[in-house]
Design a protein around this ligand. Structure first.
Ligand code: GAL
Length: 380
């Protein structure tokens, strides 16, 4: 007993020594950057993912030894402009911005450029400004393709078999968010051959992005819009097979509308994007069918490696991919913000369903709660 205890003690002592070595090493690297401040502007706390993005960015930059200013602007365009202006006035060394409205930061970012502050557009491209050095995001078009492909695979759609047909409705994102069109187009383009062949029908006739867009990605607006669609086109017993939603916040509203207002007894396919906790629970409960998962901890990690290179005076290119811990592509073709192509690092999204949901535990960002039978976040 005594012996076991002493082995245990010396093991933990050794672990302690090793940890302090690790800390010493970290502290050494950390000290190099302590005079540099990173300004981070996130759109809102009302959508879960941005809380995670903000937390991971802050944590990872601080661990690397930088000082961090983190601002959330409550989905208010004027406030975001003010928050960014204040960070410029404070003399931050680099800005990371997830824009509320991609078109509304031109003047503020001209000030950043004058002050020689590099800007990384985070997740959402910022339009009409030449102050952006780089764009870090996921492959936005692929997000929509994965949603469309999921529908094809789960219904076993076959372009040569026009005997079976299904009804689908789309819900898209915020028109102010440059990503929203990519998501919608990725899904629509993937399904278009089946729509044209009459295998997929859209009873509402709402086939364009503008008709199904959801300002601010609001759950309540998505709920209301979908209740209207159900009342107008499905109250006569028309069967709804698929509700293709661009992301999780809109999927929450749509799923709620289906639960309260849909008369049919089938369970329509409901797609999403992000892997927000409420949606992961809905997937377990069979209320949502899939989500396109974005590992935003990896997105923060890629942003850190990129920011460090920029701050060291480098001009990062494809070579930076070797330094990343996450799979990504370097893209110099897809994202023109109106002033030219913005070089982009694009991470890879993947499909999560009830069948592979527990794989998320391997990211280290979630734990499986045995009592609740749900995933819980390990984020603070
Ligand atoms: C997009 C983002 C998505 C989703 C959405 C709603 O720009 O890429 O992941 O979160 O905004 O906030």
């Amino acid at each position: 007993m005594k012996k076991a205890l002493s082995i245990l003690l010396s093991a933990s002592l050794l672990a302690g020594v090793m940890t302090s070595f690790a800390f010493a090493e970290e502290a050494e690297t950390a000290a190099d950057h302590s005079d540099q401040t990173i300004g981070i502007a996130m759109p809102t706390k009302s959508l879960e993912r941005w809380n995670r993005d903000g937390e991971y960015l802050k944590e990872q930059f601080e661990e690397a030894g930088y000082s961090v200013q983190l601002k959330y602007s409550d989905n208010d365009i004027e406030q975001q402009n003010n928050d960014i202006s204040n960070m410029i006035a404070d003399g931050v060394d680099l800005l990371i911005i997830a824009a509320i409205d991609g078109e509304s930061l031109t003047q503020t970012l001209a000030d950043a450029k004058d002050a020689e502050i590099p800007v990384i557009a985070y997740d959402r491209l910022i339009m009409e400004t030449d102050a952006i050095s780089y764009y870090v995001s996921f492959d936005n078009y692929t997000v929509g393709v994965l949603q469309g492909q999921f529908v094809i695979d789960s219904l076993g759609l076959d372009i040569d078999n026009t005997e079976d047909s299904y009804n689908i409705e789309f819900t898209a994102g915020d028109p102010a968010d440059n990503n929203a069109g990519y998501f919608f187009n990725g899904a629509y383009d993937t399904l278009e051959p089946f729509i044209e062949a009459g295998i997929l029908n859209i009873p509402s006739g709402k086939t364009s992005f503008e008709q199904v867009a959801t300002p601010a990605w609001s759950t309540d607006t998505a709920l209301e819009n979908f209740q209207n669609t159900l009342a107008s086109y499905y109250s006569d017993g028309t069967v709804l097979d698929i509700a293709l939603c661009s992301n999780d916040s809109t999927a929450l509203g749509v799923a709620q509308a289906i639960q309260s207002d849909y008369a049919g007894d089938n369970t329509p396919i409901v797609t999403g994007q992000d892997g927000d906790i409420a949606n992961l629970q809905n997937i377990v409960d069979g209320i949502q069918t899939m989500t396109v998962y974005k590992n935003v901890s990896d997105e923060a990690g890629v942003t850190l490696v990129l920011a460090e290179a920029i701050l060291e005076g480098e001009t990062p290119d494809e070579g930076l991919l070797e330094e990343l811990d996450a799979e990504a592509a370097f893209d110099t073709e897809s994202y023109d913000n109106g002033t030219g192509i913005i070089p982009s690092y694009l991470l890879v999204p993947w499909t999560v369903t009830v069948d592979n949901l527990e794989d998320l535990v391997e990211t280290g960002l979630y734990e499986w709660d045995e009592d609740e039978k749900y995933l819980v976040s390990t984020a603070k």
